[in-house]
Ligand binder design. Structure first.
Ligand code: SF4
Ligand code: SF4
Length: 731
């Protein structure tokens, strides 16, 4: 060992020792913070599916690749990081001896070839990612950046580290070539040879370059260890457990669909036995999120994909799902010293720690602990109420997140506490909640008018109980029964089912709201009250039938989602289809035949609770394509990336006072396609988009209409025209 190697070896050992010590300390701190969360036993079920999903989403980059160029570049960088870690290990042999290398595999030409290819692709990948970050930097002129609010220096730092580590990897190889100590042939390592041909035959070059490579890598480790909230770096490790523990690991796409039940001590809360002094009602303190919630916050990479798709953020509201997650993360880590010392409030608001436990507490941690989780800037709140109530629960954030963060669950958990314990929510939504409790529908319409939509139809609509042999229970929904526009859809669907010879029956006055708006606003109590009543009614209606014969067809995606995904939590197991699915099936099997193509100029708006939440993308398009001359014209934001209409998350019942109206933004996008008809599959989308069209003064030129009505125009043109005239007025 020469004198240069003695120095390089000592320096490499010293910086590595410091880095490893700090990293161990950081991992212990992070683990301690995540363990502060509440239990969540369901995350440990079905480990096989979890493992498969985790491997597919990480090694296969199944979610990232939807952002094709970024996804591909990130995949190469990820592979380079994993495989080229071996070359960082090899550098420890090279600081000791210029001709050192990894034992065994370090002598294989195939290893030289593979690492050369991966390093080149990694180099290209990181340059692409750097260019994308620069092009989208928040300070660039014009447009919203997905990186607004991200800690930009951290992103640049991580990218430069990757770039420099790759460059110094090639320099090490180059010096080996220049000093004739490189054992791989030119054909396997052409770039290394080309670089080596331009370098001087400096004996110490290999060890010095190896030391610099180790120093850069360890500086990275030291920096991230001193910044445990640096998700842009830590996600390289945390993404694996976060994806493994995602909810519904076997479900295609993201973990949307059912909302998680309200949990206390790791179990769904039973309102009949719940005690506000010992049971948690939603989330009022950051430590009341589950450990998976705290893992979510720690894992955020600050990539801003969620933000770029969020309808609230894109229309000037203060909500960004990324910034919400970052605020919760920073608060959790800042409050952690106080909590880890035994601090915290019990459910009656009493301090748990003794004075002695808090005696030497950091004042900043104590100050952080005093901040309310929900509160305005004047109260030092972590999440502003306007942020909390701007969410439409559209799920675009969850759908886009590459590390499976579950924003919607966290938002609704915070809403639950505000509604159930603080009675603090936008006052205008109170009318809706009262109507649900008193009349069983959000409009407060008299329940005995639920069947009024059947008047004037030229066939009988049977009720459950009057007929036994119905195949489908037609769940009409509150909008479908009481709202004028939606009643036309209800009539169109009933007419088409009748035409196709489908045996169906309705509950009539036996139906009440599924409880979706109550649940999304956070009123789990009202949701459970309505849901239990409906489950009882439905179980009675299907008495004696097996699950696959307990079929329901619903026109409202919110009903469809609640009946199919959430009633199972209360003992109601049904086979639920959306009307567009059933109609697509009836068309494809020849039971319905479109005879007169409807004029073109039609676009389709994906309802969030049909598309993203339940992945029903194709059936409505199939129905439209069968009925329309030339098929539909897609909007730029469609399918998984569809843009919300603004009504979900009970936003339908709240005023939209901040920023641009979401429905107007969506209508502008629809109208920009040149469409004269905006087809929808949801009564709320229908109302919102129709309001948007009228708001633009385009009511005469553009029509908003349900997919079923479009099909009816093609199957029974005369009936469709008649239905327009004869639909009875609603309440
Ligand atoms: S659910 Fe939709 S509105 Fe709510 S934060 Fe996510 S993207 Fe934004
Ligand atoms: S998409 Fe996920 S990882 Fe990216 S900023 Fe949003 S929450 Fe964080």
């Amino acid at each position: 060992m020469g004198s240069v190697q003695i120095v390089t070896t000592i320096l490499a050992a010293a910086i590595t020792a410091v880095a490893v010590w700090l990293a161990v300390r950081a991992v212990m701190k992070m683990t301690a913070v995540i363990r502060l969360g509440q239990p969540d036993p369901e995350r440990f079920t079905d480990k096989g599916t979890r493992t498969t999903t985790m491997l597919a989403e990480t090694a296969g980059h199944t979610r990232m690749l939807r952002w094709s160029v970024v996804g591909a570049a990130h995949w190469f960088v990820m592979v380079a990081f994993v495989v080229l870690s071996l070359l960082v290990l090899e550098a420890y042999f090279e600081v000791v001896s210029p001709n050192g290398g990894l034992p065994v595999i370090g002598h294989w030409t195939i290893f030289g070839l593979a690492t050369e290819i991966i390093a080149v692709l990694g180099l290209v990948g990181i340059l692409v990612l750097m260019a994308i970050r620069l092009r989208n930097r928040p300070t660039r002129p014009g447009g919203l950046s997905r990186f607004t609010g991200s800690t930009m220096w951290q992103g640049y730092f991580v990218e430069w580290v990757v770039l420099l580590v790759l460059i110094f990897g090639f320099l090490i190889r180059g010096f080996k070539v220049a000093t004739d100590q490189f054992e791989y042939p030119v054909w396997a390592t052409p770039l290394s040879h080309a670089i080596g041909n331009g370098l001087p035959a400096w004996e110490a070059g290999v060890s010095v370059a190896a030391l610099i490579k180790i120093a850069i890598s360890m500086t990275w480790l030291i920096v991230i260890s001193l910044n445990v909230t640096m998700g842009v770096a830590w996600h390289r490790f945390l993404a694996f457990p976060n994806i493994f523990f995602k909810r519904n690991p076997g479900r295609a796409g993201s973990g949307l669909g059912a909302l998680r039940p309200m949990m206390s001590q790791g179990k769904p809360l039973d309102f009949e036995e719940a005690d506000p002094e010992s049971d948690q009602f939603g989330v009022a303190q950051v430590e009341q999120f589950t450990w998976k919630g705290l893992l979510d916050f720690s894992t955020c990479t600050e990539c801003g994909r969620c933000q770029s798709q969020c309808p609230a953020w894109n229309t000037g509201k203060p909500l960004s799902p990324k910034l919400l997650v970052l605020s919760l993360r920073d608060h959790a880590y800042a409050k952690a010293p106080y909590l880890l010392a035994g601090g915290g409030k019990d459910l009656t608001g009493e301090e748990k720690a003794t004075a002695a436990q808090l005696a030497h507490m950091d004042v900043l941690a104590l100050a952080e602990a005093e901040k309310p989780l929900i509160g305005g800037a004047e109260d030092g709140g972590i999440i502003d109420p306007d942020v909390l109530w701007s969410c439409t629960t559209c799920g675009a954030c969850v759908e886009q997140c590459p590390v499976d963060i579950e924003h919607v669950d966290h938002i609704v958990d915070m809403r639950r506490y505000q509604v159930l314990i603080e009675s603090s929510f936008p006052s205008e939504a109170g009318v809706m909640l009262r109507n649900l409790e008193n009349k069983g529908n959000p409009w407060g319409a008299p329940p005995n008018t639920r069947e009024d939509w059947t008047k004037g139809l030229d066939f009988e609509v049977p009720r459950v109980g009057e007929v036994e042999d119905f195949e489908y229970l037609f769940w009409v929904g509150c909008a479908g029964a009481f709202e004028d526009r939606a009643k036309k859809t209800t009539r169109a669907v009933a007419t088409l089912l009748n035409e196709a010879g489908v045996k169906f029956a309705i509950l009539g006055e036996g139906e009440t709201c599924t409880g979706d708006p109550a649940r999304r606003i956070g009123n789990e109590f009202v949701f459970q009250m309505l849901a239990q009543q409906n489950v009882e009614t439905l179980n009675e209606a299907f008495d004696g039938r097996e699950k696959n014969k307990r079929k329901i067809v619903a026109t409202c995606p919110h009903c469809f989602n609640t009946l199919g995904n959430e009633y199972g939590q209360l003992g109601g197991e049904f086979e639920v289809v959306h009307h567009t699915q059933l109609l697509a099936h009836l068309v494809s099997t020849g039971k319905l035949t479109p005879v007169q193509p409807v004029d073109g100029g039609v676009t389709y708006h994906d309802p969030c609770y049909l598309g993203r939440h339940n992945r029903v993308f194709a059936p409505p398009r199939e129905v439209l394509d069968s009925s329309i001359e030339g098929g539909i014209t897609e909007m730029p934001r469609n399918s998984e990336r569809s843009f919300c209409c603004g009504a979900g998350g009970a936003r339908m019942w709240m005023e939209e006072k901040i920023g641009k109206r979401i429905n107007v933004d969506r209508v502008e996008e629809a109208m920009a396609t040149g469409a004269k008809t905006i087809a929808v599959g949801c009564p709320f989308c229908s109302t919102m988009l129709n309001d948007g069209v009228n708001g633009k003064g385009a009511g005469e030129q553009v029509e908003v209409v349900d997919v079923a009505s479009v099909l009816l125009r093609s199957v029974k043109p005369a009936d469709a025209a008649g239905a327009k005239e004869t639909a009875p007025a609603g309440s």
